[in-house]
Design a protein around this ligand. Structure first.
Ligand SMILES: C[S@@+](CC[C@H](N)C(=O)[O-])C[C@H]1O[C@@H](n2cnc3c(N)ncnc32)[C@H](O)[C@@H]1O
Length: 276
């Protein structure tokens, strides 16, 4: 067995768990410092014993890169698809972003896909001081890039967390239409909070579990895509635990799947960063 020591200034266990899972490592034990004292959330040092998992590629539940490939394959048609599935987000989002037409906010659009929500910002006369987009799908980013709305677009797997514990960047973060693909939503929210300005706003959607399933498996030519769904209580808990004050939480019809005709609804959250 090979021993690797990773030294990082990021004393956040949820974040580390998320990163290590993506490196195919399971946390076996945690110690609070080099004297093997018990881990406590406010300690400045965390020692983590993580063991390599069996090779994922033979695991039928292996999902790495499936979302990336799935969205790469539909990128050229994505704008048409969102129009044809009665996507419920634009009507809701429109009511939440109107106020920004009076300011020049710095905005991050996570899971930005083809830039369809950036077009909505433009149509609502919101003129960001800076607008950044992040997505795992290169083909989606290419479509978004051609629209020339974003200041920068980055290819990023939002399951990987963020490299630096950067703070106070954004007035508004959009995290819409992709939390169903997140492995560790708690870790994602902790990072997202860190990126927001003091009092910054998060507009985020979660798939609702009113259809009775916590997970939906979709068999695709390149693997199995897993979508996760949440109860209202679970969403409230996630937001609270990550340090957000929920200003509104609504249930909306999100879309009708073009392939399975399944009706999917979302919990849509307007949340504000609490504290510093
Ligand atoms: C349904 S689209 C949503 C696009 C847009 N935000 C909207 O609401 O219309 C989901 C997007 O999330 C992206 N995505 C899925 N998993 C991701 C991940 N782990 N990291 C970054 N982007 C991801 C996909 O590539 C896709 O472009």
């Amino acid at each position: 067995m090979q021993k690797t020591i990773i030294e990082q200034v990021h004393p956040d266990l949820v974040w580390w768990r998320s990163v290590l899972i993506n490196l195919n490592l399971n946390i076996e034990n945690t110690f609070g410092d080099f004297q093997s004292n018990e881990y406590k959330p406010n300690l400045s040092t965390i020692l983590v014993l993580a063991l390599k998992k069996a090779d994922n590629k033979n695991n039928p539940n292996y999902t790495e890169n499936v979302a990336e490939k799935a969205y790469d394959s539909v990128a050229s048609k994505y704008d048409l698809t969102t129009k044809s599935v009665n996507y419920g987000i634009p009507a809701w989002l429109n009511t939440k972003i109107q106020k920004y037409s009076k300011y020049s906010p710095i905005i991050l659009d996570m899971g930005c896909a083809s830039g369809n929500l950036a077009e909505l910002l433009v149509a609502s006369s919101v003129s960001p001081c800076k607008l950044y987009g992040a997505d795992i799908s290169s083909s989606m980013l290419e479509v978004a890039r051609r629209k020339n709305i974003y200041d920068a677009l980055i290819k990023w797997d939002l399951n990987q967390g963020f490299n630096e514990p950067s703070t106070l960047y954004f007035d508004l973060i959009l995290a819409i239409g992709f939390s169903e693909f997140l492995k560790e939503p708690a870790a994602f929210l902790t990072d997202t909070r860190r990126l927001l300005q003091i009092g910054g706003e998060l507009l985020m959607s979660f798939e609702s579990d009113v259809h009775g399933k916590k997970t939906t498996l979709i068999e695709l030519p390149f693997g199995r895509l897993i979508r996760k769904a949440y109860s209202k209580l679970a969403v409230e808990q996630l937001m609270h635990d990550a340090g957000f004050a929920l200003e509104s939480l609504e249930h909306i019809d999100a879309y009708v799947s073009p392939t399975t005709e399944e009706h999917v609804s979302y919990w849509v959250c307007q949340a504000r960063k609490k504290g510093l």
